[in-house]
Each structure stands twice: as structure tokens, then as C-alpha cells.
Design a protein around this ligand. Sequence first.
Ligand SMILES: Cc1cc2nc3c(=O)[nH]c(=O)nc-3n(C[C@H](O)[C@H](O)[C@H](O)COP(=O)(O)OP(=O)(O)OC[C@H]3O[C@@H](n4cnc5c(N)ncnc54)[C@H](O)[C@@H]3O)c2cc1C
Length: 384
Amino acid sequence: MHDVAIVGSGPVGGVLALALADADLDVVALDARAEGTVPRGDRSLALSHGARLIFERVGIWSRLAAAPDAVTPITSIDISQAGGFGVTRLAAAEQGLPALGYVVSYNALQHAIDAALKRARIAVRFGTLVESVGGTPTYAAVSVAGSDETPLLARLAVVADGTGTTVQGVTREHRAYGQVALIARVWMERPHGGVAFERFTADGPMALLPEGDHYGLVWTLTPEAAATALALPDDAFLASVAHHFGARVSGFARVAQRKTFPLALEVARPSVATRCILVGNAAQALHPIAGQGFNLGVRDSFELARAIVATERDALGSRAMVSAYAASRRADRVAGIAFTHGLTRIFASSAPLVSWPRGLALALLDTLPPAKKAFTRAMLFGLS
Ligand SMILES: Cc1cc2nc3c(=O)[nH]c(=O)nc-3n(C[C@H](O)[C@H](O)[C@H](O)COP(=O)(O)OP(=O)(O)OC[C@H]3O[C@@H](n4cnc5c(N)ncnc54)[C@H](O)[C@@H]3O)c2cc1C
């Protein structure tokens, strides 16, 4: 029987496996991907300073940062509201940090994690699609699709498969926002200089995140508005983006790779089961508005690794251990979910009565250092 079986060696499961590399434990990871492939490679991830510190601890940051165009530092964030009076600017220099956060290529990150797992000789069974994860009081059983073999047994199963659908006894609460994210690559006439923009408009929040030589656009829209925007010729699409950013941003030159995906809040209920713990997107998938989701997942993994290392081998996966982990993560999860969900509610409304305090909130953030500091801290490290 293995000590720990990790289902999914994506960014979150991979970080957990690396964090356990020096522990004297029998750890196995299973992933449906073929070795060397990254199916969601075109995605970019918003990485907080806190997540960078974890990447340093597990030994992937320096190689990742050295890879061409893998990491783009965000040196300041300009947050504004169309038709409102609030504008706030958060700068890394004010916080005494090299960057407020980073935009990281999912593809480069996954390759860095896979290479580090290989160097650390951590067993990853690629091409292994897990069908279900169940538990008994004494072990977790991980069943693999298309296999007649008996299930793989472990004291503790950690599910980091991005959806959590494999776990028996866990349901997924799905709250659709009735919105889609339109994402695209946008090139400007001038270098971005590491400045990110977040703009709250009557049509929904939009963000420009610096990525290599271009910006990644993330625009939250109704499905109908997104379909219209997708169908526009490039010039008209850029004109619409420029119109929504108003005077805050100018010099839009070129756009490519426009696509959309539906937005929803998904939460596993409960986030643990018998001999099983869910982490990352398997435990909670958040709206991208505040860039909290991925960072929350990285913290899930890092904190779980600490809990595993602090537990006697015989007690791994025990009811007491699983419950203590769930309790220790509750405040961070609830805060991340509430903060993100609250932002979507406040900023999605264009009603004048909501618009005024919203502008006021942004203006206050700029004038009140402690509030600004608290907000910046939440964006940088998460809310725990
Ligand atoms: C469409 C989309 C766009 C996004 N865009 C952004 C963005 O712009 N910025 C941002 O910060 N975040 C974004 N996110 C969120 C971000 O992708 C997640 O926070 C992050 O990928 C979570 O990592 P994870 O390791 O938990 O899950 P995943 O990245 O989903 O990794 C899961 C891993 O498990 C493996 N796996 C899945 N099922 C099984 C199975 N049954 N058996 C074995 N292995 C399995 C997969 O192959 C994969 O390697 C986006 C999410 C989605 C869905």
C-alpha cells in the first residue's frame, strides 16, 4: 500500500508531490496526460507573490523564471471604473517587493514541474485515467479506467484532478454566473512595462495582464455580448476594447486567439471524504476576477504537504488527520470564495446606486493607506 496517491499531477498536484520529495514516504502520482504533453498549455495563470515563495521552496522558481517568456512580473496594477470617479494604482515598489504578482505560462509551469518531479525521482504514472476514488476506514482505493487490475491502495488519496468528479461521496455545487470570459492576446504600440489594468465597466469587468511581448485580455461578458464581440473583425474588436478602457489605456495594435469559456463558482461539498482530500480546482474553482483561484490551490497543496509531513505514517489519511486538515484550510477557502464572489456581485452591477459606492470604494482605496495595504495584501498573498 502506498502512503500517498495523488490523482492529477497538474500545477497543484505537482506542487504537492514536489513538497513531499524529501519526506520518507511512498508517494505515487497518476495523471491522464501522456508524458511530455500539456493539454491546457495555452492558458496563463495569475501567480501571487505568496505562490512564488512556495515555488521557491519546492525548487521550481529559478528554472521557471529563466525559461523564455515563461514569467512576466506585474510591477503595478491600475484599477478603474468606466463612468465612475475612482481610480487606484497599486505599485510593487510601495510594498517593497520586486513585483505585485506574475503572469505565468501554464505550459512552461507544467514542464518545469514535470522536469522537477523527474529529477526528484517521484513516480508519476502518465496516461492513467482515474475513474473513481473511494475510501474505507483503513485505505483509499483508486480505480483506473480500462484496467482489470485491482484498485491502487493508499493510506491517503489526494485528488488534484481539476474537477473532483472522481471522488465518491463528494458532490460539486455549481453556481453559474450567466457570464463568459472572453480571452485574447493583444499587442500594443508600446511595451507594457509590466503594468496591468483592471477596468470595471457596465458590460462587465475586464483585465489586461502583461504576458511576454503582449497583453492577455480577460473580459467578462454575457454570452450574447461575447458572441457579438467574437464575431467582430479585428479592428472593430480592438476599437470596442479601447472604448471600454477609455482614457486609461491607448495604443491597441493587434489581437489574436480570441476565445470564450463559461464562468461559474464550483465548490466540492464536502472538500474531504473517507481517506481522501481534494485540493486546487478539484476543491474549488473560482471566477478569475481577483486572480485568487490558482493561488488558493497552491496554498492547499503546500499546507497539505506540511500536514502530511507532521503526521505519523500510520495516522496518514485517518479521520482525525483528514478532519484537522479540512478545519485548518476552512478560513482561507471561505475567504477566497467570499472575496471573489463578493467582487463579482459588487462589480457586475451597473445600477447607479451601486456604481457610486463602488467608485467611492476605489477612491478610498487610493487615499486610505491601511485599506489599500489590506487589499494589496489580499491580492499578493491571499486572504488568510
Ligand atoms: C478554461 C479555463 C481558463 C482559465 N484561465 C485562467 C487564467 O486566465 N488565469 C488563472 O489564474 N487561472 C485560470 N484558470 C484556472 C486555472 O487553470 C486553475 O486554477 C489551475 O489550472 C488549477 O490547477 P489544478 O492542478 O488544480 O487543476 P488542472 O490544471 O486542471 O490540472 C489537473 C490535472 O489532473 C489531470 N487529470 C484530470 N482528470 C484526471 C483523471 N480522471 N485521472 C488522472 N488525471 C486527471 C489533468 O491531466 C491535469 O494534469 C482557468 C481555468 C479554466 C477552466
